[in-house]
Ligand binder design. Structure first.
Ligand SMILES: [Cu+2]
Length: 574
């Protein structure tokens, strides 16, 4: 990895508040890794895995030159939690704001680091990130960090981990065989990881404060985190500083982040354990050999030796994030100009299970949605041009948008909105929202990923002031593959003004290499954009999906697919 700080010679003599350019050169390829002792192919950067931490100051420009050397899969990178104001084409989801980067091609991401906080980057291509393509990203707000009076800061990623590769697992997960054999359940991970290994040690001094950035990069599982003998002071969630709130246990779901401050004891006589433990709620069964915990050490002195680990069968109480109060005191947004009601619903078809969030199960169209928004003129305000299967919702500039999310499923789901933080006005457990608005908090909790409880409901609000095409989806990667996404097309006319020269040539080039049209409606029709007859139609599923593989095994030969995926992987790594 090359990390060059341009302007460095000048920086020495000018205030550090002046933005700099932080550049990374990434060669993305298959490498071997064994974070839990089991060796498997994983997606590495510059020949290494775990992946590098992206780090910059608020307002810096982050430039990532990404080359896809995977050989057998396309890719695209999402910078989770970054607003991408004026740079919607850098958001990353394949088929939404860009075409996938095909093997042998390069693409440069360039965007302003905003907002500050703890984030992560991950592949946003067809169930690819659980194969290792995800890493932490920290955007520093030095003033805020100074206000915490910390001695040091640590990053702590938590993740689930599979021994099999995603293309074959995605194929099985969405198959009839899975419906018949496991009721359509998600594959159960083989291991839990902390900082992409089994254990972690944080050095800590008596009486000093430390900021620990807890970042979930899981595909499925939530984790509980607890520090023995030390309360956590939650100071930010998903990049939103909150009034410091003490707790013993947090639950962190897929894609969520908790910044916590730990204060060293005045006169410690030993080292203390901490634990990151799977929440088994999402697991269909609990394999007897599954290790549920990663044990860590708060180390005052190596001479104190290893502390006894925290062992709990279950975490009955943990911090309710609904009660957290944003430090900026941003009040409840006013009455909604637009309310979008979405139901989480799984359906068993004869070829396997799929899920719908909007009117229909999300299926990508023939033209990436952003490109349709930029090339259909005034018709970009008509949801029809994008195709029914992307569940398009047009938002007017400045609208207060309210999402009412009803979970008709008996599992919990962490929902993420690209390009925004949303206010969380109501969250019910096991029943629909009662429609009562008087109980909305005056200063609601705000974040970019929130969990809807099993059979529960959420009411969210945000202001449509960031022109762009932004997904709202469940962040369980299996459920993205099931179709649990909708698309917000926010202020499309203002978006067009942000791209007076249309789609950048570099982006058109990677589409052209794959024969993907870059203008017109969902079918690439530029003459009659309201003729959507050739677009992908609802329920026109890929009944035999293989994730991001470019040459998937053909036909339905369930017994053969694992061997073929393995062969494809071996060829790509040769
Ligand atoms: Cu989900």
């Amino acid at each position: 990895m090359t990390r060059s700080l341009l302007l460095l010679p000048i920086l020495a003599s000018i205030p550090s508040t002046i933005a700099k350019v932080v550049t990374y050169n990434w060669d993305i390829s298959w490498v071997h890794a064994a974070p839990d002792g089991f060796d498997r192919p994983v997606i590495g950067i510059n020949g290494k895995w775990p992946l590098p931490k992206v780090e910059a100051d608020l307002g810096d420009t982050i430039v990532v030159h990404a080359t896809n050397s995977l050989g057998n899969e396309t890719t695209g990178i999402h910078w989770h939690g970054q607003f991408q104001t004026g740079s919607n084409n850098m958001d990353g989801p394949v088929g939404v704001t860009q075409c996938g980067i095909p093997p042998g091609s390069s693409f440069t991401y360039s965007f302003t680091a905003n907002p500050a906080g703890s984030f992560w980057y991950h592949s946003h291509a067809s169930g690819q990130y659980p194969d290792g393509f995800r890493g932490p990203m920290v955007i520093h707000d030095r003033k805020w960090e100074e206000s915490l009076k910390i001695e040091d800061q640590y990053t702590m990623t938590v993740s689930d981990w599979y021994h099999d590769q995603m293309p074959g697992m995605v194929n099985y997960y969405l198959s009839r065989a899975n419906t018949d054999q496991h009721g359509g359940a998600e594959p159960i991970p083989n291991a839990t990881l902390i900082n992409d290994k089994q254990t972690e040690t944080f050095k800590i001094k008596p009486g000093k404060k430390y900021l620990i950035r807890i970042i979930s990069m899981t595909a499925l599982a939530a984790h509980y985190v607890q520090f023995d003998g030390h309360q956590m002071e939650v100071v930010a969630i998903d990049g939103v500083p909150v009034k410091a709130t003490k707790t013993d246990v947090i639950q962190v779901s897929a894609a969520q982040r908790y910044d916590v401050v730990i204060t060293g004891l005045a006169n410690p006589k030993k080292n203390y354990a901490f634990v990151s433990q799977f929440d088994p709620d999402m697991f269909d069964t609990l394999p007897a050999d599954l290790v549920m915990t990663n044990d860590g050490i708060l180390e005052y002195d190596s001479k104190f030796g290893k502390p006894a680990p925290i062992r709990k069968d279950a975490f009955d109480t943990f911090l309710d994030d609904f009660g957290l109060v944003p430090a900026d005191g941003m009040p409840l947004l006013g009455k909604p100009d637009k309310t979008v009601t979405l139901n989480v619903n799984f359906t068993d078809y004869d070829f396997g299970s799929r899920a719908a969030l909007g009117k229909t199960s999300y299926i990508g169209q023939k033209v990436p949605t952003l490109f349709t928004a930029l090339t259909t003129g005034k018709d970009a305000q008509n949801p029809k041009v994008y195709g029914e299967t992307v569940n398009p919702y047009i938002l007017k500039k400045g609208d207060v948008v309210q999402i009412v999310l009803n979970n008709l499923d008996d599992g919990g789901h962490p929902f993420h909105l690209h390009g925004h933080n949303f206010q969380v006005l109501a969250r019910t457990a096991t029943q629909p929202w009662d429609g009562v608005t008087s109980s909305f908090p005056k200063i609601p909790m705000r974040r970019d990923t929130v969990k809807v409880y099993a059979s529960g409901a959420l009411v969210l609000r945000f202001k449509a002031e960031n022109p762009g095409v932004f997904l709202f989806h469940c962040h369980i990667d299996w459920h993205v593959e099931s179709g649990l996404s909708v698309t917000f097309i926010e202020a499309p006319c203002d978006l067009q003004k942000q791209f007076p020269n249309g789609i950048p040539q570099a982006q058109k080039d990677i589409c052209r290499k794959q024969g993907i049209p870059t203008e017109g409606n969902c079918a690439g029709n530029t003459k009659n954009v309201l003729d959507t007859s050739k677009c992908v139609q609802p329920e026109q599923f890929d009944k035999n999906p293989f994730g991001a593989l470019i040459s998937p095994p053909k036909g339905r030969r369930m017994r053969d697919f694992a061997r073929e995926v393995k062969a494809s992987m071996a060829k790509a790594m040769a």
